[in-house]
Ligand binder design. Sequence first.
Ligand code: GLY
Length: 343
Amino acid sequence: MICDHLDRVLQDLTARYEQVCVVGDASIQHSVVSIQKFGEWSALWLEVSEERKSLETVQAIWDFLFAQSMTRRGVLVCIGGGVLTDIAGLAAATYKRGIDYINVPTTLLAMVDASTGGKTGINYGGLKNSIGVFAPPVETLIWPEWLKTLPAKEFLNGYAEMLKTGLIAESGRLWDRLLQYDPDQMDIAPLTALIADCVAAKEQIVKQDPREEGLRKVLNLGHTFGHALEEMNNQHAEVSSQMPHGYAVLYGLIAELYLSVTKLACPKEPLQQLTQLMLHYYGRPVCKCSDRDELIRLMQQDKKNERAAEINCTLISNIAQPVINQIITIEEANEALEYLFSL
Ligand code: GLY
């Protein structure tokens, strides 16, 4: 829920739970000093990154909770971006067979995607989010104040996931409203309303299919190509030149909308609109021609696949008309990559 007075909402937790502990991202510790509760409650501030999205970090949280003698009548407040809420959610879901946890997302990406829906996890065996459980937070508290400090890159990172939601959500108006939003102005009131609508659209889908057995796969639009681009780019890149998740999703959306046009006769307009956004705000993806085989291999290994070595995508036949489980041939995947890299 959107909450204008985070301190007041957090204060209520003291009445609802016997004990409250906090796990937060150390990089935002200085910016939460105005929230009194984060000073009063026992807190563990962690350095987080994809490399630290590991069992050791989950263990550090378990150790902290044991040291605080946390019981199942307590609640863990998890504050940070998606990496932090994924790890802390897993720690909460497994500590003493599961305690309540509350997410306080601090990035746009975490607000509109990671902090709702109950996917928790860590990276393992070199694979992203390969160990985890479905365990929803009891609440996700979205505090619009964070948005005021959002750097442009962070905004674009979350905006791409919002665009994805606009393309699949039942209300076609969401897509139009997202396109009308001016990223250069960063007007907080309309952005907050758009976040609330994106979260509501996601919650509606997750409620019907919490374990991603069918319908929830619509949320994967853009992610088959996006994950492959992100993984390939980030395997070798320095942290400073890594491709942010939202940028990879935007590139993935373009490749998968191209396939939506060619395979499902989706109108060309959304593809053209996304392409304009990419050229204006995100820039082109960096990739060498020789990387194409590696991208195809990564897509064939995607954990979302139901069968080995196939490429499975969610596509759309129009705005708000997603179609799951579309099997893409290697030739079609190459054609979509060719299109993306020719822009
Ligand atoms: N990020 C997609 C999902 O939560 O299913």
